[in-house]
Design a protein around this ligand. Structure first.
Ligand code: P6P
Length: 292
């Protein structure tokens, strides 16, 4: 490898490591925001979700901390229209507080993040790292990098490695399907019914927690194309790509109904997508059943 290319790779690795550590350290401030910023703001995000004060605070903190990293060139967020830029080479896309509607019932929520080599909107194939944090009974963090998924427990922002190779269990146990039976297409309803008869329901309204169930017990999470909304609900750049990168790195599969979510390139930053994630054999069954 040439000297300059070697230096570029080393710099990129250092930047990715800094992004991971910065997000881990920032989780203590996000937990504080969850505890103190519990009100409703009078604004909505670019995809029309009502923003809680905690959504806005988490977004502000992450932007400030991540753009301060030398190698980070831009910050894109589910909570804001425009991409914030800086000097650097790598691009961060983040859902600062996924599942914030769970704040009121005190259920799980999290942060989803991805680092891309190109400025979003961009293909999932330009991801070099992705991960998520769960603000649950404990704060945990999963990171996918170089084909491996690692799990950490976070205490006062410090990471403690608890699993050096997270893989989706071969025998599926759980399923979680969003969207509501009334608005499912007939094709999805048929395959959903067959899977429901085999597995246990685990659906909590925040995909970070539901995906972690799939990574822990094996199974499938889906937010399908709906009759009322053929493009689905979840955001490709901020939820689909990073979660697909994690599942595929853990030996699972992802799909938008046609093929891997990582092969899709959004034309709009806040584009939505149907989303299916989990054990390969279940994703294949769903793909065979739903027409695109
Ligand atoms: P619904 C949270 O708002 C989110 O983006 C995902 O984390 C979650 O899986 C989904 O939406 C929940 O949607 O329609 O069940 O409230």
């Amino acid at each position: 490898m040439s000297e300059s290319l070697d230096a570029t790779t080393t710099n990129a690795d250092a930047t990715v490591a800094q992004v991971i550590d910065t997000i881990a350290e920032t989780t203590t401030d996000v937990r504080t925001a969850i505890f103190t910023e519990r009100g409703h703001s009078d604004s909505v995000n670019p995809t029309g979700d009502e923003q809680l004060a905690a959504d806005i605070r988490a977004d502000e903190i992450f932007e400030q901390r991540l753009l301060a990293i030398d190698g980070v060139a831009s910050y894109a967020s589910e909570e804001r229209e425009a991409v914030a830029t800086s000097a650097g080479r790598l691009h961060v896309a983040i859902d600062p507080l996924d599942g914030s509607s769970n704040l009121e019932p005190n259920s799980g929520m999290g942060t989803i993040f991805g680092v891309y080599t190109e400025r979003p909107p961009t293909s999932g194939r330009n991801l070099v790292m992705s991960g998520f944090v769960i603000y649950g009974p404990v704060t945990s963090m999963l990171v996918a990098r170089d084909g491996c998924v690692r799990e950490y427990l976070l205490e006062d922002g410090a990471k403690r490695l608890v699993d050096n190779e997270v893989t989706v269990p071969e025998d599926p146990t759980v399923f979680g399907f969003g969207g509501g039976v009334d608005s499912w297409t007939d094709d999805f309803e048929t395959v959903a019914e067959s899977i429901r008869a085999e597995l246990k329901l685990r659906y909590g309204g925040a995909m970070v927690a539901d995906i972690n169930q799939v990574l822990t017990y094996g199974g499938v999470f889906a937010y399908p194309a709906l009759m009322s909304r053929p493009e689905g609900k979840l955001r490709l750049q901020f939820e689909g790509h990073p979660m697909a990168y994690i599942l595929e790195s853990a030996g699972g599969a992802s799909s938008n109904g046609d093929g891997s979510l990582l092969d899709t390139e959004p034309t709009e930053l806040h584009e939505r997508t149907p989303l299916y994630l989990g054990n390969e054999q279940l994703i294949e069954r769903i793909e065979a059943a739903v027409e695109r």
